[in-house]
Design a protein around this ligand. Structure first.
Ligand code: ADP
Ligand code: ADP
Length: 229
């Protein structure tokens, strides 16, 4: 069984056709990168998985189940979502931000606290130093790390990462990519990752879906894409 399946998915926004017959499947535990220029349908693809949008036609399946038949809240508790430059709650500390989903799930406070500390350490934010900070007190790179930690906090089956490192300077970005590749080996979560940067795609992906307006024009491993550009 695949973690995610897109079967002939079409998505229209009024007159705009954002996706026109997209089909691909993602193996559990792998990272698939959606790459292509702005406006070609990458973000829309992600939003169809956690039902921020619904398809006009075709089917999107998560763990074998058509997402149209799954309650949105339950879907979003098993799917982490990281987007560019936003998403942290400004009025909450780093620890409160990272603990959001475990708290919604009713974990007890000790378990939440140790999970938060574990994730902050993993993301290279020593908890003793950072757990009580507010997002505005952190750098852009640190905020993105908190965003990733928050999305990982409740052991999601799937992580949707939409240009997670897009707003960062090149050096910070490169560091975070390397760290994330290491973390990926430890967490064993399925990842869908959006970027417009082909180098980032080749670096991060087990599989790469190359988008042209509304379509996936190539879907293959980085090695095969480099051989048959
Ligand atoms: P990408 O992520 O590749 O930049 P998007 O999925 O955001 O592409 O957008 C695909 C197309 O759908 C674009 O033409 C965009 O303008 C359009 N679009 C996206 N979201 C909406 C929306 N909420 N309403 C209308 N059009 C939208
Ligand atoms: P991206 O960085 O993915 O290209 P955009 O800046 O295109 O994102 O879009 C930001 C937000 O605006 C998204 O939530 C998207 O769905 C929405 N959006 C994009 N294009 C349109 C549009 N033409 N009309 C209305 N909403 C749009």
């Amino acid at each position: 069984q695949h973690a995610i399946e897109f079967e002939n998915v079409r998505k229209e926004y009024g007159q705009t056709v954002a996706l026109d017959g997209v089909s691909f499947s993602v193996e559990a535990g792998t990272t698939t990168v959606l790459v292509g220029p702005s406006g070609c349908g990458k973000t829309t693809t992600m939003k169809l998985v956690n039902r921020l949008e619904d398809p006009t036609d075709g089917a999107v399946r998560f763990e074998g189940e058509d997402v149209q038949n799954v309650e949105k809240t339950s879907l979003r508790r098993s799917i982490g979502y990281v987007i560019q430059d936003i998403g942290l709650f400004d009025h909450m500390t780093v620890a409160e931000n990272v603990g959001t989903v475990p708290r919604l799930k009713g974990w007890d406070e000790d378990r939440i606290e140790s999970r938060v500390d574990e994730l902050l350490s993993l993301m290279d934010l020593p908890p003793d130093q950072y757990r009580e900070n507010y997002p505005r007190e952190l750098s852009g790179g640190q905020r993105q790390r908190v965003g990733v930690a928050r999305a990982l906090a409740a052991d999601p089956d799937l992580m949707l990462m939409d240009e997670p490192f897009g707003a960062l300077d090149p050096i910070t970005r490169d560091n975070l990519q390397d760290e994330f590749l290491e973390i990926q080996e430890q967490i064993n979560t399925t990842i869908l990752f959006v970027t417009h940067d082909i180098d980032e795609a080749l670096k991060m992906g087990d599989k790469i879906a190359i988008y042209d307006v509304g379509e996936v024009v190539q879907y293959d491993t980085p090695e095969n894409i480099l051989e048959n550009p």
